[in-house]
Design a protein around this ligand. Structure first.
Ligand code: ATP
Length: 228
């Protein structure tokens, strides 16, 4: 059964319409890849889901109509976002960043640092002084600390060194194997997405143009809409 459902979702930045009809389903425990070329509407779709932008159409999460809720209410329902650009509180330490995000549940300091031991090593370091990869781990850790039922990763491996990218992909694979969390992942690495995602949703010019099992995504379709 679908846990998150988008039907005909539209959204605009002022007078400029960015989404014209996004359809997307995520079942509980499923990993879905949201793909498309630059500027096609992936981040805007995430903003619509997280209520950071008013949206038309329907968005339901666990049976509730999200379009009527403010963003803080959406987060409270259990949507954890790792935003593009890995935003953390730069002047807070790793520990403070994580504790500030915490909501009750299985994900706590111990669980997050088990997934990313490097964060424990950097416990008292200010986020601003971390490497890009460590900041990304912290951003994922912060989202996990909210104990989400749906985790959204927007370009979590963008601009990172290969070894760090591999660590992030490994963490996503472990979340998939060890938890019942649903995951929506936006990334440009088709090879890694193929290994971790169950389904794919391809968008072009603000519309869903292809949906299906990751295994059914053929080279022609991905070349047309993802550019790989
Ligand atoms: P990328 O991979 O480059 O992040 P994307 O698929 O996430 O691309 P979006 O960021 O959702 O694409 O952008 C969709 C459209 O909305 C684009 O035409 C973009 O120029 C426009 N857009 C995005 N952010 C804004 C904004 N803050 N104000 C106005 N237009 C915007």
């Amino acid at each position: 059964m679908s846990f998150l459902t988008l039907r005909g979702v539209t959204a605009s930045y002022g007078a400029s319409q960015a989404l014209f009809g996004i359809d997307l389903d995520i079942a509980e425990g499923e990993v879905v890849a949201l793909m498309g070329r630059n500027g096609m509407g992936k981040t805007t779709t995430v903003k619509a889901i997280c209520r950071m932008l008013p949206a038309g159409g329907t968005i339901t999460f666990d049976g509730k109509d999200l379009t009527r809720l403010p963003s803080h209410a959406a987060a409270r329902l259990g949507i954890g976002l790792v935003p593009e650009g890995r935003r953390c509180f730069r002047d807070l330490t790793v520990w403070e960043n994580l504790i500030a995000a915490h909501r009750p549940g299985a994900w706590d300091w111990q669980a997050v640092t088990r997934l990313f031991p490097r964060l424990a090593e950097r416990r008292d370091q200010r986020a601003a002084t971390l490497s890009g990869g460590e900041q990304q781990m912290l951003a994922v850790g912060r989202a996990l600390m909210t104990n989400p039922r749906l985790l959204i990763l927007d370009e979590a491996t963008e601009g990172l060194a290969p070894l760090i990218r591999a660590e992030i992909w490994d963490a996503i694979a472990r979340l998939k194997a060890d938890t019942a969390m649903s995951i929506l992942v936006i990334d440009k690495s088709l090879k890694e997405l193929r290994q971790v995602a169950d389904c794919a949703v391809l968008v072009a010019r603000g519309r869903t143009v292809w949906t299906g099992a990751m295994a059914d995504l053929d080279a022609e379709t991905s070349a047309a809409h993802v550019g790989v």
